[in-house]
Ligand binder design. Structure first.
Ligand code: NAP
Length: 285
């Protein structure tokens, strides 16, 4: 990277984690032991290792975390049954279903088995619906879009800025677009049917990329001065890479590195959402 500003997740994540540790201390002093369940319904080693990584973060924060595995061969009913049980369990305050789920399983109905007040990844239709309606203050916001926005805001408020989101996927783009509208940005959303990505990206002050396509965005798509937020996580030849080619760092004014940008902040925001979920549960909203 030349003079580009590297938007790193770790410093913001550190501040977020300090706040969470204080909140967890207060909750424990009040007699509540925060507990989160991560449901893994996949045989993919990467998915299992991400779940275990969340366990290590939880341990540092004093949060109990259970990794609950469901063999995809057990089927949809078993997966939904496990999530329904966790939703009804008063000792569990947060539930997250790791995506993607294994072959033969459907994520959508399983996500909606999560009690919206325990939905620490903010992906249930209730939380996404509130966000789409502009009622984000009542919702639990999805952690990855939240991380993308916090990193972009390191370069200034998004109000009145032109932004382009590449990807309308379940984990990132679908929620990121209305969250940006809620912050008064002017939003363009691209997807696989967008005929000319370069033209859609050109007017943007900030470009968010979440397509799950390594190197999709190159220096040919980006003009000098644009801020680039890369949420992509792809394994290529055993290396973690984003959706944005490394040469973009020579053109953009600021960019999130992969690894080290959106990912580390997302992992901390999941636990911030657990604290928020507990507050909402106590209000009974
Ligand atoms: P997804 O559901 O697989 O959706 C991918 C989106 O990209 C779709 O909307 C698709 O368009 C669009 N797309 C694919 N090829 C394209 C192209 N050539 N041009 C324009 N758009 C294209 O993705 P997701 O679950 O939202 O995840 C997106 C990325 O974020 C993945 O790399 C994922 O690993 C990563 N992620 C990162 C974190 C983190 O903590 N950093 C967390 C979660 C996910 P269509 O809708 O037309 O198919």
């Amino acid at each position: 990277m030349s003079d580009v500003l590297a938007l790193r997740g770790a410093p913001i994540a550190e501040t977020v984690r300090a706040g969470i540790a204080d909140d967890v201390g207060r909750l424990k002093a009040s007699g509540l032991e925060p507990r989160m369940a991560v449901v893994v319904a996949s045989n993919d080693p990467a998915t299992i290792s991400y779940a275990e990584a969340k366990g290590r973060t939880a341990a540092k924060l004093g949060v109990a975390l259970d990794v609950v595995t469901v063999d995809p061969a057990q089927g949809q009913a078993a997966l939904e049954g496990v999530i329904a049980e966790l939703s009804a369990d008063a000792n569990v305050q947060g539930i997250l279903l790791d995506l993607p789920v294994g072959e033969g399983l459907q994520a959508e109905p399983a996500i909606d088995r999560i009690d919206p007040l325990k939905d620490v990844d903010g992906l249930t239709s209730v939380n996404l619906g509130l966000i789409a309606l502009g009622r984000e203050a009542e919702a639990i916001a999805p952690a990855t879009p939240d991380a993308c926005i916090r990193l972009a805001e390191e370069t200034g408020s998004l109000s009145g800025r032109r932004v382009t989101v590449v990807g309308r996927g379940r984990s990132v783009g679908r929620a990121l677009a209305p969250m940006l509208i809620n912050r008064d940005a002017t939003v363009t959303v691209c997807h696989s049917k967008t005929p000319d990505l370069t033209a859609a990206i050109a007017p943007a002050d900030v470009v968010f990329v979440a397509a799950g396509r390594p190197g999709l965005i190159t220096e040919a798509h980006i003009r000098p001065g644009q801020v680039v937020i890369d949420a992509g996580i792809n394994m290529v030849d055993g290396r973690l890479v984003g959706d944005v080619a490394p040469a973009v760092a020579e053109v953009a004014s600021a960019i999130t590195p992969v690894p080290g940008g959106v990912g580390p902040l997302t992992s901390s925001l999941i636990f911030a959402n657990l604290v928020r979920a507990i507050a909402l549960q106590r209000q009974g909203s």
